[in-house]
Design a binder for this molecule. Structure first.
Ligand code: B12
Length: 212
């Protein structure tokens, strides 16, 4: 397992002031920004593990995601052009057509970004064609669909079908999550993975690109 430094530990405990101070300290000491970012990402993964162990709850996850956004904005100018372009992978995320719930989706988006993914967030009520266009344009390794309404099961199925019809299914992994999703839904609609929590989704995505 990767080493939990004091910075990674502070991220995992969502101690924003401590995290900011440690990040600045490291940058001033000449630690490369990509190493600092990697430590933060390890912390985010541990935060996810804490959530899975029920040692923390949703507000911490959400706050952790927001904290990582701030830290990433602070690190961005210090990242070399090569590093800034080098990312864990690309993900496309959206709440499926007719579903406007976005709180859970936003947590997944924030956590993926915190784990080094470039995320194309399509928002809510996303028609199948918009997923297809985004896959064509951004060539993600993973697409995440959020679904909270059982009435939107057909939207998940139609999205998967549209991706297949466009000939894009082979090149991308599909994950589904949200309160209405389940292993059965993933299986019936032809998704690769059902994530019960944002953390599951991030772990799946990281596993795909070897960033776990
Ligand atoms: C808040 C809320 C709303 C808000 C949404 C605000 C917003 N900006 O999102 C408002 C008031 C707008 C709303 C509207 C409606 N809602 Co509503 N809503 C909820 C409520 C109470 C909480 C949802 C939530 O945010 N949970 C917190 C987040 C963090 O949890 P989460 O979304 O599940 O996400 C977590 C995981 O699931 C996972 N995850 C989420 N997405 C993904 C995606 C991937 C790929 C992965 C891996 C993981 C993942 O990560 C998150 C963190 O771990 C739920 C109750 C419930 N039990 O879910 C009802 C609920 C979902 N709503 C419901 C209904 C019926 C509606 C309405 C139809 C009500 C109406 N009659 O108008 C409308 C539909 C609007 C629409 N077209 O979408 C029903 C759905 C019932 C069903 N079986 O289909 C629920 C279950 C309430 C109920 N018990 O009746 N709602």
């Amino acid at each position: 397992m990767a080493e939990m430094t004091s910075l990674a530990d502070a991220v995992a405990r969502v101690q924003e002031a401590e995290v900011k101070a440690l990040v600045r300290e490291k940058l001033e000491a000449g630690v490369p920004a990509d190493e600092v970012l990697a430590e933060c990402n390890r912390g985010m993964i541990e935060l996810g593990n804490r959530f899975a162990r029920e040692e923390c709850f949703l507000p911490e996850l959400m706050f952790g995601g927001m904290m990582m956004k701030t830290i990433m904005a602070e690190l961005q100018p210090h990242l070399s052009a090569a590093t800034a372009g080098g990312k864990a992978g690309t993900a496309v995320m959206g709440a499926v057509q007719h579903d406007i719930h976005d709180i859970g989706k936003d947590i997944v988006v924030m956590m993926l970004r915190g784990s080094g993914f470039e995320v194309v967030d399509l928002g809510v009520d996303v028609p199948p064609d918009q997923f297809v266009d985004a896959i064509r344009q951004h060539q993600p390794q993973v697409v995440g669909m959020s679904v909270l309404l059982t009435t939107c099961y057909s939207s998940v199925r139609e999205t998967v079908e549209a991706i297949k019809t466009a000939g894009l299914r082979e090149g991308v992994k599909l994950m589904v999550g949200g309160a209405a999703a389940s292993d059965l839904l993933a299986e019936k609609t032809g998704c690769d993975f059902y994530g019960k929590t944002a953390v599951d989704g991030v772990q799946f995505a990281c596993g795909l690109v070897g960033a776990a």
